[in-house]
Design a protein around this ligand. Structure first.
Ligand code: GDP
Ligand code: IMO
Ligand code: MG
Length: 420
């Protein structure tokens, strides 16, 4: 069977930590979409690690990790990351696998991402500039190059052909930067990737399933950044929801058992686009500082606000979420009052559904307020010991979302998690 862990908000919900925590119960951890736009943080023996391409199960010695077909791969990032985890004792040559269908991010994809964002001016998406959009465009446009292609002797010819096409697009954008250094490290990294375990991802996963193995699918980004169901066009370019597991790994829908949705106890977003519960005041600053809300991939300050149950219920619906993990609960320790958004007021009318074009309308969040617990919780290991105000907060989420919060994360460490 396959269980899924994915983010229900706009990313950075704490997926890395939670996947690392759950990985002990699985045989294989699989990334199914996204690329180095992801930044998944985990702590290994008190050392902070941020993973962009490698699945977050890599620090469990006996577990296999696979970069699935639905991912886009930057070989340069992967090489760097492999070297970093190897320095921490990980045998990636044994435990890491890459699907041959995984699309490659070329240096020109990064250049095109940058050129496209620059051309948009104020309307920019706020992309991580990792080349994600252009790489997925080449996939759906049927031009892209895949990891399996690097083993073929025609690869360089194919590369040059695509590069020329990209150059014409870059010329249209009047993009002048010299990317020869990027290309040099790209080809160096390809030599490295050729030596890794390149496999047929869908047979790999399905053979593991047939052998009764347990697979944990690790989402990147979040449901509100999904290309189909997120706050388009301010989204990423992949299927971040549970349906993306089937198309990204080549597993059938009936193989999926649990869909574990992760939400912060509040909400953040990095990059542009609608965010109804955003706080542009000192409470927002307090959340950012307390939660150290700065991007794991780009270092950008994250926009912060109250938890949005309208968006969470929507995410629960499209993903078929079976249980919730609430992360960063400890960050709310110092807040005397907590707000929870239960509906939106759009043009004076209240609704509890996600509107079509949130970016074109004035959305006013309608809140229900709760007293905070004003008590440090990071050392608590037992649900019974949690403050009663927190239990009330969680109970309300359970009822509103009709899905139980089964775990509460109360710190960044692997052991800082409470079973409800
Ligand atoms: P991801 O992209 O979903 O994996 O999340 P990120 O790693 O980008 O951002 C989550 C941040 O919160 C990281 O710095 C984590 O170390 C940290 N974190 C995760 N869970 C908790 C928690 O329960 N409490 C606190 N204080 N920090 C957490
Ligand atoms: P993890 O997996 C938060 C955001 C970017 C931008 C938009 C499009 O760490 O949760 P892209 O580079 O994909 O073209 O950017 O999506 N974004 C993320 N925000 N966490 C992420 O990943 C993100 N990956 C992309 O900021 O708004
Ligand atoms: Mg992140």
């Amino acid at each position: 069977m396959v269980d899924v862990i994915l983010g229900l908000q706009w990313g950075d919900e704490g997926k890395g930590k939670i996947v690392d925590f759950f990985a002990k119960d699985y045989d294989v951890v699989a990334r199914f979409q996204g690329g180095p736009n992801a930044g998944h943080t985990l702590y290994v023996k008190e050392k902070k690690v941020v993973l962009h391409q490698i699945p977050s199960g890599i620090f469990h010695e006996s577990k296999l990790n696979i970069i699935g077909s639905g991912v886009v791969l930057d070989p340069v990032t992967l090489k760097r990351e492999c070297e970093a985890v190897a320095a921490m004792g990980v045998d990636f040559r044994k435990n890491l696998f890459i699907s041959e269908r995984t699309h490659l991010i070329l240096p020109t994809h990064r250049a095109l991402d940058k050129a496209s964002e620059l051309s948009k001016g104020h309307d920019k998406i706020g992309s991580t500039l990792k080349g994600i959009g252009p790489a997925y465009m080449d996939k759906t446009g049927r031009n892209g190059l895949r990891v399996g292609d690097i083993l073929d002797k025609t690869f360089t010819t194919q590369y040059i052909k695509l590069r020329m096409k990209h150059q014409r697009l870059l010329d249209n954008f009047n993009f002048q930067e010299d990317i020869s250094a990027w290309e040099e490290e790209f080809f160096e990294a390809l030599d490295f990737v050729r030596e890794l375990n390149i496999v047929n991802g869908e047979y790999f996963i399905n053979q593991e399933l047939a052998a009764g193995k347990r697979i944990l699918a690790e989402g990147a980004q979040g449901s509100m950044l999904d290309v189909d169901f997120g706050t388009f066009p301010f989204v990423t370019s992949s299927s971040t929801i549970s349906a993306g597991v089937c198309s990204g790994l080549g597993v059938a829908p009936q193989r999926i058992r649990e869909v574990i949705g992760i939400t912060k106890a509040y909400c953040t977003r990095v990059g542009s686009g609608p965010f109804p519960t955003e706080l542009l005041d000192e409470t927002g600053d307090k959340l950012r500082n307390a939660g150290n809300e700065f991007g794991s991939t780009t270092g950008r300050p994250r926009r912060c606000g109250w938890i949005d149950l309208v968006a969470l219920r929507f995410a629960g619906m499209i993903n078929g979420v079976t249980s919730l993990v609430m992360t960063k609960a400890d960050i709310l320790d110092g807040f005397p009052n907590l707000n929870v958004c239960t509906s939106y007021r759009v043009n004076g009318k209240e609704q509890d559904t996600i509107p079509f074009q949130m970016n074109r309308m004035q959305i006013e969040p309608v809140y229900k307020s709760f007293p905070g617990w004003m008590h440090p919780i990071h050392n608590i290991h037992n649900y019974q010991e949690l403050p009663s105000q927190m239990k009330t907060y969680i109970q309300f989420l359970n009822e509103y979302l009709s899905v139980p919060v089964k775990y509460i994360s109360n710190g960044p460490g692997r052991e800082q998690i409470i079973t409800v």
